[in-house]
Design a protein around this ligand. Structure first.
Ligand SMILES: [Zn+2]
Length: 193
């Protein structure tokens, strides 16, 4: 389904430039969901999100990644999901990166690597940042290869995200967790349903 969006682009503020694509599909163990992509034909802004069809999921899921097989566990992250690797104090929050994605644990680590890589390139003359970034990249490399165990957490107060694995812990969010989360700007078109 493709439709025009009756709202200005959040980036370039142009009217009549947004188009929304909605597509239903099935992710194994996550279930039926609608993938929504909004694109601005004027400036190229793009936003993707996932909305489960059968209601909200519990807000918290986590997985201890202690063997390479778990690196391929599916990760469905909607625009309101926060991903944390507490051991490295790394976090992808809705404020920083608001588009949703379906990936796996390895793909999430790759995203962290890319983010650290661009910090490194942007601060090549700051010795402290360079050193810290290189250490982070080395830790992430070990995690990706399965030689270092770690916990990965996904928190989503809108209940649209999940880590999918038999060993994942899935529960509701606790009050203090909800308060620590940034749920990001809600793109108005996602309220139409
Ligand atoms: Zn735009």
């Amino acid at each position: 389904m493709q439709s025009k969006v009756d709202a200005p682009c959040p980036q370039c503020l142009k009217d009549d430039a947004l188009t929304m694509l909605a597509m239903s599909s099935e992710i194994p163990y996550f279930g039926e969901h609608t993938q929504i992509t909004v694109i601005c034909e004027s400036c190229g802004w793009k936003h993707t999100d996932f909305i489960p069809s059968d209601g909200e999921k519990p807000g918290y899921s986590s997985l201890i990644v202690d063997n390479p097989e778990k690196c391929s566990a599916r990760v469905v992250r909607s625009s309101s999901g926060t991903i944390r690797i507490p051991q490295l104090e790394l976090e992808v929050s809705p404020g920083g990166s608001s588009s949703g994605f379906v990936s796996n644990v390895e793909g999430v680590i790759k995203r962290f690597e890319d983010a650290v890589g661009s910090i490194l390139r942007g601060n090549a003359d700051d010795e402290n940042i360079v050193q810290a970034s290189l250490e982070l990249l080395e830790s992430l490399r070990k995690m990706k290869s399965g030689s270092s165990h770690f916990l990965i957490e996904l928190l989503d107060p809108r209940g649209r995200s999940q880590i999918i694995h038999n060993d994942a812990i899935i529960r509701d969010l606790m009050e203090n967790e909800i308060q620590s989360l940034d749920i990001g700007p809600e793109v108005p078109v996602f309220e139409m349903r």
